[in-house]
Design a protein around this ligand. Structure first.
Ligand SMILES: [Mg+2]
Length: 410
């Protein structure tokens, strides 16, 4: 059987590069995309090559980044544009194959086996085309499996192609740290390091059953990956994997002091989640709440329903209950994240019991769809329940811009 030809294309400094295409004045400057300082989302999300050279890293607080790089230009993120660029990149990939599997906005696997052309030549052509047509650069890994293709795209960047073959993988890959391997996270790397397994080569040569004992199923996968035995397919471009969870979180402008303040934020976050669930045709089988207090300690609570729902008020009520019953309020709350969990693609209706009011439920569903239509036309914050309208501690972009009074109570 002939080997597959798989590419992994990774757009370099994606957000920052998009900004530089949109605003050519930023070209060749130290640029970073970062959250709004006043609203305390003060971290670097992406940086240009120049900023990177000055020591700016992703996740760094803005003040620290500015200290490292005096002439750093920080621009707020504009995800709607990045998503447009991402679609344009896909259009280029589609000239070669229908098997395109995205990994985030800026990375994709492509299975180009059926092109019957040398993978390196295709990668080179894509690299040049992206640069000419979009003004972005990509680094591409070419290999016979997805894991090595992904690893290859990291080896040389920006604007480069790396080929990892059956013949050269031991030489190119085995000396690298295990953490370079896909799905080998910080915790796993640490566990492996503790038993002296630090490179991909050592991992590959370790007894498989030992790794399975140490790391469970993941140990088996990582052993296969290290030996070049990953045989997972590149998904078709129309393939849709429903998300495992739909969540939304926010860091508040001022710390929340009590359950009433926190409830308003939870209601507002749940609105977004209900909207997303209905848009995607998904149903939540539970809800989780993550609380970050002012000392940056995280608390995580969750509850499962014996039914599934798209109703934001069910999500918010349960999340508020979780907070009421569990959070000790020794400290004020800095950030909250509400997540719909146990996601399903079909409705598992509430068990027919005599307390359930079907007529009311139907009415509520109809109302939700009317509200979604208004949101699609006038923007997400055009309809908000009265409880969130007076919330001053929410970041500004989450506040209502258009208010249709009484809409929620019709
Ligand atoms: Mg990238």
């Amino acid at each position: 059987m002939k080997d597959r030809v798989i590419l992994h294309s990774d757009a370099n400094c994606f957000y920052a590069s998009c900004e530089m295409v949109l605003n050519p004045e930023l070209r060749d400057k130290a640029v970073a995309v970062g959250g709004n300082e006043e609203e305390r989302h003060g971290i670097i999300l992406a940086k240009s090559e120049k900023a990177k050279q000055a020591g700016v890293t992703t996740g760094m607080p803005l003040w620290e980044a500015k200290q490292k790089c005096k002439d750093l230009i920080i621009v707020p993120p504009r995800f709607e544009y990045y998503s447009k660029f991402s679609k344009l990149l896909h259009k280029i990939y589609e000239r070669y194959t229908d098997y395109i599997e995205p990994f985030g906005l800026d990375e994709c696997w492509l299975d180009v086996t059926d092109c019957n052309t040398d993978g390196y030549l295709i990668a080179e052509e894509i690299r040049k085309t992206v640069k000419e047509e979009l003004g972005l650069t990509v680094s591409i890994g070419v290999s016979f499996n997805k894991v090595f293709a992904k690893l290859g795209s990291d080896l040389k960047k920006p604007d480069a192609v790396t080929v990892i073959t059956r013949e050269n993988f031991k030489e190119k890959v085995w000396s690298l740290p295990v953490s370079d391997l896909l799905y080998c996270g910080r915790q796993t790397s640490r566990t492996l390091g503790n038993v002296g397994i630090r490179t991909i080569g050592t991992l590959a040569q370790a007894p498989e059953e030992y790794l399975t004992r140490k790391l469970g199923k993941n140990g088996h996968s990582l052993w296969l990956f290290a030996n070049g035995l990953d045989d997972s397919r590149v998904a078709h471009k129309d393939h849709y994997t429903p998300p495992k969870s739909v969540g939304h979180g926010v860091t508040c402008v001022e710390n929340l002091e009590n359950i009433d303040e926190a409830s308003k934020v939870i209601v507002s976050l749940s609105l977004d989640i209900g909207y997303k669930l209905r848009k995607e045709g998904l149903y939540a089988g539970g809800v989780s709440l993550v609380v970050k207090d002012e000392g940056f300690t995280h608390y995580s609570y969750q509850t499962k329903f014996d039914f599934t729902t798209q109703d934001e008020s069910v999500l918010s009520k349960n999340a508020i209950l979780l907070l009421k019953e569990n959070y000790p309020w020794n400290y004020k709350v800095r950030a909250l994240t509400v997540t719909a969990i146990s996601i399903e693609t079909t409705d598992t209706p509430v068990q027919a019991d005599m307390f359930f009011d079907y007529e009311k439920d139907e009415k509520k569903k109809r109302l939700s769809s009317v509200i979604d239509n208004i949101k699609d036309t006038y923007g997400k914050s055009s309809v908000l329940p009265a409880t969130v309208l007076d919330e001053k501690k929410m970041p500004k972009n989450r506040q209502a811009d258009t208010v249709l009074p009484g809409m929620m109570h019709k």
